[in-house]
Design a protein around this ligand. Structure first.
Ligand code: ATP
Length: 155
């Protein structure tokens, strides 16, 4: 399967805007043409929904989520940035573990099982991509996904 990445990111971004009218969503798109990645459409969509849902769910400072799109020779890069509670350095790797939730009591109020990020990471790595997290406790997080590109086509 191959999927046009920019199209799916735009579609998910537009859906988030509709579902969360109280939030600001920004997209910083550096791609001048569509990029195709060898991933199932539904899997890419699921990954973006998991990360977008978390960005909304754990937001504290301001209700904003910034998406970004860029590419290198062989990879397309998607960023999802929030201005939420952030994640401490020693939790950065653990949040990708199944059933792991930072601060169980606080997280329980927000609902969830601690599975979303584990599923996202497994899917991404199954397609030979990577997911990384940079975060500052109290000010927010950026999740960055890299997925391989198969070809670039004109728009
Ligand atoms: P679900 O199973 O519904 O996805 P969840 O949100 O608890 O529930 P994950 O998406 O795997 O599960 O996230 C694991 C934990 O990582 C969360 O419980 C939360 O503590 C932390 N976390 C995830 N995303 C963010 C974020 N954007 N900002 C701050 N903390 C986050």
């Amino acid at each position: 399967a191959t999927t046009p990445v920019k199209e799916v990111v735009m579609q998910v971004y537009n859906n988030f805007k509709m579902i969360h009218p109280d939030f600001t969503f920004i997209i910083d798109d550096d791609l001048d043409q569509e990029v195709i990645s060898p991933i199932f459409h539904d899997h890419l969509e699921q990954i973006l929904i998991i990360l977008g849902d978390n960005a909304v769910k754990y937001s504290t400072n301001r209700p904003e989520v910034d998406f970004s799109l860029s590419r290198s020779a062989k990879f397309v890069e998607i960023g999802i940035q929030d201005y939420g509670e952030g994640i401490a350095d020693d939790e950065i790797d653990k949040v990708f573990d199944r059933f792991y939730r930072v601060d169980k009591a606080r997280s329980r109020k927000k609902g969830g099982n601690g599975l979303g990020l584990a599923i996202a990471k497994r899917l991404i790595e199954g397609y030979h991509g990577t997911i990384t997290l940079e975060s500052t406790l109290g000010s927010g997080s950026v999740f960055t996904i890299q997925l391989p590109i198969v070809e670039a086509i004109d728009e």
